[in-house]
Each structure stands twice: as C-alpha cells, then as structure tokens.
Design a protein around this ligand. Structure first.
Ligand code: GDG
Length: 461
C-alpha cells in the first residue's frame, strides 16, 4: 500500500555543507520507515525558491519522493504566518484575543491548499493511501476527493479542535469543515476534540452524525472521527537518557545551578504554553515560601518560534521582563531564582535537563497533546515529579501527574510546594505508572494504528 503523506514541512533538509538529511522529529521518525518500506511521496511546502519540485530520496538509492509546493514570500505570509498561525492556531487553543482575521490570509490559504491538492493529484496512483497532517491543510482534502472519489484519505489534527461555539466564531468555519469532510478518517489526540468536531459538523453543516461511534454522513460517504493519541519515539529517548554522555551532562547541569531542588520548564516560546503565567506562579511561590529562598530554582528553556509574528515578539518581551523582575527581587549572593535560556538545544541536551529536574513544570493554557511531557517522563529518574496542566491532551492520559489548572496562579504555586515536598515513595509510584503509559503510547504504534484504520476504511468498515 503506497503512501502519500501531505504535511506543511518536508521530512528532509539541507545542511550548511549542502548534504541532505532527514529531520529529527516525531512525525518524520514515525512516517519515514513506512514510506521507505512501502514507497510513496511526501508532499510539503517549498520554503526556498531554489529547491527542486520533485526529489527522489536518498539520491543514490531512492525509496520515496519529496514533492514540493513552492511558495512565494507573500503566499507564505498569508497561508502560514497568517491563516495557520494567526487564525487557526489561536482559535483552536481558545485564545481569541490573538486572532488576526484578514481576508487576504484566507485567500492565500485557499490558494495554497489548491496547489497542495494539485500536487497530490499529480502524484497520486490508484490504490495509494493519502495521509494529511494538521491545520495547514483543511481545504485540500475536499479538492483531492473531487479528483479521486475512490481515494482512501485520512487526516491527523495535532492541536485541539475547539468547542463548536468557539469554532463558529471563524468566518469561513463552514468552508473549513467542508474541506475536512473530504477525508475518510479524521484523527485527534483525545475523544473530547473528536466530539467537538462531530458537533461542529452536525450544527454548522447540518450533517447527520452517529454517536458514540463518531461517524459523520457527508455527500453519500462516511467520515469516521476517532481519538488516536500520539506518542514519542520511546526507545530513542530511553537510550539517550541512559547514555553516559547525558548522565554526565545531567551532573553538570545540577552543579551549574546549584539548587537543592531544580524545577524545569521546556517549551517553544508560544503564548499557548503558559510560560508567563508559570513565571508569575513561581514568583508567588517565592513570596509565600521564604523558607525555600536559596534552595529552589526554576530553569526555563524557551525555544524561539514563529518570531515573525507580532504576538510572539510581544510575549518574548513580557517573559524577559518577568524573569528580570523575579531575579531582581529575590536573587541572593549565591542563588539565582530563575535561570532563563532563549535558544534551542540538541535532544541529548534536553534529555539531560529532563533528568536533572526534581520537578517538571508543564503548564500550557491549552495544548493538543504536549510531547515534552512524554519526553520528561521517559527520561526522568525515579525522583522526577510532573506538574501538568489539565488543559492538555496529555492530562487525559496521565492521571498520575500532579494536575493543575494553569489559570489558577495560587493553585500552581501551591503545587510547586507539594511537588518539592512529595515523599520519595510517592514520587516513585507515580513516575513508574507514568512511564508505563508513555511507553505504550509510542509514536510507531500511533502511526501503525492510524494506517490500520485507514486500511479498514478502504474495506468499508
Ligand atoms: C504540536 C501540538 C502536540 C522543543 N525545544 C527544543 C526541541 N523541542 C521539541 C520537544 C518536543 C517538540 O519540540 C514540542 O512538542 P510539543 O508536543 O510539546 O508541542 P508543539 O510543538 O506545539 O506540537 C502538540 C504535537 O504537535 C504532536 O502532535 O503534542 O500539542 O501543539 O518534541 O522536544 N527540540 C530540540 N531542541 C529544542 O530546543 N531538538
């Protein structure tokens, strides 16, 4: 069964030396083995003008093809930074204050989706299975369906699908739903998002639906809507975190920061990740607990992200300011309350941070799943405590984490104290249970399950 993956980003990139390498990241790692095995094409945007539209990879002995949809700067601005990142992203995360609604975003997004659909239609061979990824490609499925009524097509949506009453705020909400209903199977991380999608189709399009099966009847076809929680590459993170290099680096991190208890946060710098409210909660924790001054430090890594978008630049300024304020107010001669790094690290370095943590502070205001949680759990020692926002997909699956409402600053400050004071035995019991759940989630299982369900859709079940 040949596979056509359709995603915003390509799975290969060029190094500074000009060599092609496959990207490191869950999706690529999960799907490339399948593509290489069964053959097929990965359709993605072409970010640079000089890249070939078709590239067989690896060049010496190709086992799949990359097909690029070249985008002009204007198209990239409208489709990617505009509609995807300044409209669909904030809306799906219930952050309507960040919505930037502009007609030209919608228009570019529609045009780029048409070009993606054309590329898929050209690459498509009868019997192929098509797997679309994420919120960049909502119009493409219906367009491919028009050209290939018998194609088997699925879509995985990596972020939350908001409640119907929130989704309907979007001008064009119905068009987006019609586009998505070109699929045979639509996957979300958890049941709640799947239910929201089914309700959106029922109320906004008047589609007939079947609950609890999650089936939408649309244009004489069935669209199945299911929960498929994603995982990480567990084996890789286990191996890395047990390696001598990472263990050595973990010691170095502990020595560098010197705190008795180290609280660690690692996020893309995105307003959905709750970094600012987390800093304020840590500040409240310090105000309420003078006995912990000099003993507890927060190490916060913020990875630069979408730096072209104004709301992300604003967030960076606010985070810088909060870190300065907290350190200015509380720092002692030999103690820095917040160690803040605005940069990217290698996965091995991340693993050493995960292991160095007594407490992981993961407090998104909303998050589809949150893979950092799974990475923390996999790499953690038996001492690691996970504080996790209940507004993440991960929270549905990980009841043994210390769950918090990220909007409740005092509750969060209290949870930091509870985590630091948690008895060893309780820490061990919780992290063992969490590790076992995360091991089962595994990204390879996720890909296999979704593809199995797509194969079943081909058989009509
Ligand atoms: C979306 C959804 C869903 C971060 N800093 C560095 C780095 N990272 C890696 C982490 C992790 C990934 O980025 C972030 O994944 P998350 O799941 O936490 O968040 P999103 O990027 O928002 O992902 C999310 C996901 O899709 C999958 O469906 O879980 O809810 O929003 O893997 O390790 N990696 C490296 N250096 C860094 O500095 N190498």
């Amino acid at each position: 069964m040949r596979l056509t993956v359709v995603a915003n980003r390509a799975p290969i990139s060029r190094t500074e030396e000009g060599d092609w390498v496959t990207s490191v990241g869950g999706l690529t790692t999960a799907l490339l083995p399948v593509l290489s095995d069964q053959g097929g094409t990965w359709v993605a945007m072409g970010e640079e003008p000089d890249l070939p539209e078709q590239q067989d990879y690896p060049a010496e002995d190709p086992n799949f093809r990359v097909r690029r949809v070249p985008l002009s700067q204007e198209e990239l601005d409208g489709y990617y930074y505009g509609m995807a990142n300044s409209v669909l992203w904030p809306l799906s995360h219930y952050m309507v204050q960040h919505l930037d609604l502009r007609d030209e975003f919608f228009e570019h997004y529609r045009q780029v989706n048409e070009r993606f659909a054309e590329a898929v239609n050209e690459e498509y061979q009868e019997g192929d299975v098509i797997w679309m990824q994420d919120y960049h490609l909502t119009f493409a499925p219906a367009l491919v369906r028009e050209a290939h009524p018998d194609a088997v097509m699925g879509h995985f949506w990596h972020i939350p699908w908001p409640a119907m009453e929130v989704f309907r705020i979007l001008p064009g909400a119905r068009k987006i739903l019609r586009g998505m209903l070109g699929n045979d199977l639509i996957g979300f991380h958890v049941e709640e998002y799947a239910k929201n999608f089914v309700e959106s189709a029922e109320v906004l399009l008047g589609a007939e639906v079947e609950r609890p099966e999650g089936i939408i009847h649309w244009k004489g076809r069935e669209v199945h809507v299911e929960a498929h929680p994603i995982g990480i590459e567990v084996g890789r993170f286990e191996r890395m975190s047990e390696s001598d290099k990472v263990k050595r680096e973990t010691e170095e991190v502990r020595e560098e920061f010197g705190a008795e208890s180290l609280v660690v946060g690692i996020d893309r710098l995105d307003y959905t990740k709750g970094v600012l409210s987390r800093l304020k909660a840590f500040e409240e924790f310090l105000e309420e607990n003078p006995d912990y001054h000099g003993k507890v430090s927060l190490f916060q890594v913020a990875t630069p992200s979408r730096t072209e978008v104004e709301s992300y630049q604003q967030l960076k300024r606010e985070v810088d300011e909060a870190v300065g304020r907290i350190n200015g107010q509380f720092a002692g001669d030999y103690w820095v309350p917040v160690h803040y790094r605005y940069r990217t690290y290698t996965q091995e370095e991340l693993c050493s941070f995960y292991r160095a943590a007594d407490v992981a502070l993961i407090t998104p205001l909303r998050d589809g799943m949150n893979l950092v949680t799974q990475e923390f759990i996999t790499a953690a020692t038996e001492q690691g405590v996970i504080i996790l926002s209940e507004l993440t997909g991960a929270a549905y699956l990980l009841p043994e984490a210390l769950q918090v409402n990220p909007y409740d600053q005092s509750g969060l400050a209290e949870a930091i104290r509870t985590a630091i004071e948690m008895p060893d035995e309780e820490r061990r019991d919780r992290i063992r249970a969490l590790k076992s759940t995360v091991a089962d989630l595994n990204v390879h299982r996720w890909a296999d399950d979704f593809l199995d369900r797509l194969a079943a859709r081909r058989e009509g079940s």
